[in-house]
Design a binder for this molecule. Structure first.
Ligand code: FAD
Length: 405
């Protein structure tokens, strides 16, 4: 869980953001992905003047995303904070989807394992969720195949009934209908009171090192007969290979995703397509008859600890909304609310101090917060509180065979 004590996460830098409480702000949002656009929409809804700047709107990770709203399936050891944040944000999605007039499929996720090793993955996930008071319903093979007759051979299944999905392209299109995006800041326009950097995997200087790109490849297929699609998201493991299939009402099926740390441009690789297709058709044999209509690769924006960077920087007029990694679609409405609340009440304690971008120095190094007297008394040799996230990262490294959205 995220620490609740803001003193552990907030460095000894005064919150210098000017107080705009009660007034109409002029905000520039840089980046028109799902995060920047949702923030702009929320600020506009609250009556602020927003300009969004992006030369290629909605062309980043949001263009690739499968759109799963899957806080439970996405839970990894060491990333418990994402479960809580994800569940909170998931609750905001129905209102946002209704407001935008986009479909929110609330069909749940069927988590499956193909062989005996994969069965252990399903069990581990169910155990992990149970430990976090969020049990998954284990279902028999017979029940699973009765529910989804198109399934190939599986050894284990669990139903995560509360999960859903949206089509991020439809969401961004609806947002772009409501929000004006310009390629550059209009000449002669008054300087903004605040700039929000929501540029995904490419943060500008001096914040560049806070986010790195983790390549994800994803396929889009189309079934001749929509009744050949799964009725809900099917997600799981095939011979250890993580895979998901996300159906859309219009007959599209999104199959993803690879995950790779890399330095270059996010290109689609032959190996990536091969791995995805062969795992997907094992789970869903009818895919052999589907048309492969698109292959896409984009960088997921990952922060050093895997948690988003949402809130203030040392500069009073610059805020960050970046590093949403595998969860940017899920977390977009919560991010917009947190950002807008902070802009309107900059002196109030952050609602989610664990997302404070200042937990890292601009070069990406974790900051050590000043030690509290109580802690020093308990451990006289301590040089300061070890950031909880170091431990989380090593736990996550132990599970690096898993991949997410
Ligand atoms: C294959 C794949 C599948 C995924 N599936 C899911 C999923 O199922 N569920 C989920 O919750 N998340 C998923 N994600 C993660 C999700 O896509 C990202 O977390 C989310 O899209 C990040 O949104 P963003 O707006 O921060 O960044 P982006 O969507 O990358 O948008 C950034 C925008 O900033 C613009 N930009 C860049 N530099 C500048 C600049 N200097 N000035 C102005 N604009 C700039 C770009 O043009 C772009 O439009 C997936 C990601 C991938 C790659």
């Amino acid at each position: 869980m995220l620490r609740q004590n803001p003193s552990h996460h907030t460095p000894a830098v005064p919150l210098a953001t000017p107080s705009f409480h009660g007034s109409r702000l002029r905000v520039q949002v840089r980046g028109a992905g799902i995060v920047g656009l949702t923030i702009a929409h929320e600020l506009q809804r609250r009556g602020h003047r927003v300009t969004v700047v992006d030369r290629a709107p909605a062309s980043g990770a949001s263009h690739a995303a499968a759109g799963m709203l899957a806080p439970s399936a996405e839970l990894w050891p060491g990333e418990e904070a994402i479960l809580r944040l994800g569940l909170t944000s998931q609750r905001l999605w129905p209102a946002l989807a209704t407001d935008l007039g986009v479909e929110l499929r609330h069909t749940g996720t069927l988590l499956v394992g193909h062989d005996a090793g994969d069965r252990e993955q399903v069990r581990r996930q169910a155990d992990l969720l149970a430990r976090h008071s969020h049990p998954a319903a284990l279902v028999s093979r017979r029940e699973a195949t009765a529910d989804e007759p198109g399934l190939g051979r599986i050894c284990a299944a669990a139903l995560l009934a509360e999960e859903g999905s949206v089509d991020p392209r439809a969401v961004c299109a609806a947002l772009l209908d409501r929000i004006r995006v310009v390629p550059d800041r209009p000449v002669g326009e008054a300087a903004p009171d605040v700039t929000v950097l929501a540029t995904g995997a490419r943060l500008p200087a001096p914040y560049r090192a806070l986010v790195r790109g983790v390549r994800g490849e994803v396929l889009r297929l189309r079934m001749a007969d929509a009744s050949d699609l799964p009725t809900r998201t099917v997600r799981g493991w095939v011979g250890g290979e993580p895979i998901y299939l996300v159906p859309r009402t219009d007959g599209e099926l999104v199959v993803g995703a690879t995950s790779e740390e890399h330095g270059g441009a996010p290109v689609v690789t032959a190996g990536g397509v091969l791995r995805l297709l062969s795992a997907a058709r094992t789970l869903w044999p009818a895919l052999d008859r589907a048309a492969l209509v698109e292959t896409t690769a984009r960088d997921r924006p990952a922060s050093p600890d895997g948690l988003p960077l949402v809130g203030p920087t040392e500069r009073p007029d610059v805020l960050l909304a970046a590093g949403h990694y595998r969860h940017g679609v899920l977390l977009a409405p919560l991010t917009a609310t947190l950002l807008a609340d902070h802009l309107e009440q900059p002196s109030a304690p952050l609602r989610e101090p664990g997302l404070d971008p200042r937990r890292f120095a601009p070069d990406g190094a974790p900051r050590r917060w000043p030690e509290t007297p109580t802690r020093r008394a308990r451990n006289p040799n301590s040089t300061g509180p070890k950031p909880q996230l170091d431990r989380e990262r090593s736990e996550r490294d132990d599970h690096d065979q898993r991949e997410g959205a």
